[in-house]
Design a protein around this ligand. Sequence first.
Ligand SMILES: Nc1ncnc2c1ncn2[C@@H]1O[C@H](COP(=O)(O)OP(=O)(O)OP(=O)(O)O)[C@@H](O)[C@H]1O
Ligand SMILES: [Mg+2]
Length: 231
Amino acid sequence: MLEIENLDFNYLGSAPLFENAKLCIRPNTFSIIIGPNGGGKTTLLNIIMGFLKPSKGTIRSSFKQIGYVPQAHKIDLEFPIRLIDHVRIGCIQKLTWWGGFDKKTDLFVQQILEKLDLWSIKDLRLKELSGGQLQRAQIAHALASNPDLLILDEPTSNIDPKAKKQILEILHSLKETVTILMVTHDLETLLPETDQVFLVSNAIEPVDKKTLCVHTAMGLYEHRLIQPRGE
Ligand SMILES: Nc1ncnc2c1ncn2[C@@H]1O[C@H](COP(=O)(O)OP(=O)(O)OP(=O)(O)O)[C@@H](O)[C@H]1O
Ligand SMILES: [Mg+2]
């Protein structure tokens, strides 16, 4: 369980982004965060990850290990690292006393790369990957720490429909073992698989799946557009 209560947050010198906000993520659920650009989605994830400190509020978590896939434009591609090593770094806590990884960890990394359809390109540098491959590489890196909560910030943005479908299928297949919290604009495709939806727009608002209308699915997030179907 992840529970946030009475959350206040503002960037230095800026107006409050969240005031008295709350959020609850239950284990073994698939939750999505929607909301307009600048609404505070990435900020909220950074608060959950502990990268940003709220001015007020409590964050309680029973999750032991969180995997994080940052928004694509935040990744430094110039770092000269091979895909397989990028995934191995995710297993850093399994490093042995002699500074290498044992056979079990190597096999674990191979299984993750195979699951994400990346094994055949494991020796490419990150900057040689396509957008879809890079997004899958980021998910592989996050899974290498064997997380019980996987947080993803728009993992399917800027990639073609086929690559997007592949990523969403992989995430669905993880649903049984990992709790997923994901920022996305692909509401329509994901809705059937989703347990909880939150609208983050200078506030955190749980949204009843049944009340999401076609406007919201198209990315028009104004509150007045969220109405029960048929009304
Ligand atoms: N490091 C920062 N310093 C100051 N203000 C920031 C910082 N990062 C984000 N902001 C501001 O906080 C607000 C929320 O930004 P955030 O990146 O959380 O939005 P978002 O919902 O993730 O948007 P997008 O859909 O474009 O990714 C925006 O107004 C943004 O300009
Ligand atoms: Mg963002």
